[in-house]
Ligand binder design. Structure first.
Ligand SMILES: Cc1cc2nc3c(=O)[nH]c(=O)nc-3n(C[C@H](O)[C@H](O)[C@H](O)COP(=O)(O)O)c2cc1C
Length: 251
């Protein structure tokens, strides 16, 4: 299978066999991931590896009890890290200025590139992964649990292991739904229909609407999965944690 075939065939894996991920394989995959582009070649990231039952047990509630946390042999928390670089500067008579939003965003891009390259490489070697977006929901508690110091911030987590399931692939929007020629072409109602009607027509999505007693698929998102109240509360928490870790000025 080529790399492109593997990228096209992928799906998130949420159940794993008990087989551990070998340390050598993990190191190799991280080395490949780190070959990706990185802002100024600064490599503004760190990865915290969790394999111990105690470590996973402590993280499980912070990830809303998602079963992959204790069910996967390996959890990797990918963290924005401007600390290592800042300490190096200070140790070499250079004056760093990276406690700000721009630096956080540059480091977040670096960290996401590392994460997704790791995921792609792991999947190409037959491992399964799932992102845990709950890392941002519980950033404050994860900072404490993983003892992340100033200028380090947990961005996302991957559960990793040998696949114990082969779920069907999810649908995607067609490329013309998100590709804009020369400038952004705003979406008229008919364009929105063209983008989303195929997704809405899928039996699994219709079933999803029915079991949630909603009128439309969009309402499942707005009223249940990603509500305004949750988004606003989590955003407020994130701003507080970004201040605490030194990326935003204290109020
Ligand atoms: C930022 C982000 C956060 C995610 N968080 C979760 C999560 O907390 N739990 C989960 O089961 N899947 C999570 N996922 C996986 C998505 O649900 C999944 O990629 C999407 O439904 C498409 O499915 P596929 O990856 O199988 O194609 C996340 C993915 C991303 C990119």
């Amino acid at each position: 299978m080529t790399l492109i075939d593997s990228m096209n065939a992928r799906r998130s894996i949420r159940r794993y066999t008990a087989e551990p991920v070998a340390d050598g394989q993990l190191a190799r995959l991280l080395e490949t991931a780190a070959r990706g582009s990185t802002c100024g070649n600064m490599q503004l990231y760190s990865v915290v590896k969790t394999t111990s039952p105690e470590g996973k047990r402590a993280l499980a509630p912070l990830h809303m009890g998602q079963p992959m946390v204790e069910g996967a042999p390996l959890l990797l928390t990918f963290c924005v890290d401007y600390r290592r670089f800042t300490l190096w500067c200070e140790q070499r008579r250079a004056t760093p200025g990276y406690d700000n939003l721009l630096s956080f965003l540059n480091a977040a891009i670096d960290t996401m590139i590392l994460t997704e390259r790791f995921a792609t490489a792991a999947e190409a070697e037959g491992l399964g992964i799932c992102y845990l977006g709950t890392t941002l929901y519980s950033a404050g508690q994860i900072i404490e649990q993983l003892r992340l110091p100033r200028l380090v911030f947990p961005l996302t987590t991957l559960s990793v292991g040998h696949p114990g399931e082969q779920p069907p692939q999810c649908e995607r929007l067609t490329v013309d739904s998100f590709l804009h020629e020369e400038h952004y072409h705003d979406y008229a109602p008919a364009d929105i229909d063209r983008c989303y009607l195929p997704k809405e027509a899928l039996p699994e999505n219709r079933h999803f609407v029915d079991i949630n007693h909603k009128e439309t698929l969009a309402q499942v998102f707005t009223d249940l999965r990603y509500t305004r109240a949750d988004c606003e509360a989590i955003s407020a928490g994130l701003l507080a944690q970004l201040r605490r870790q030194g990326f935003l000025p204290r109020e």
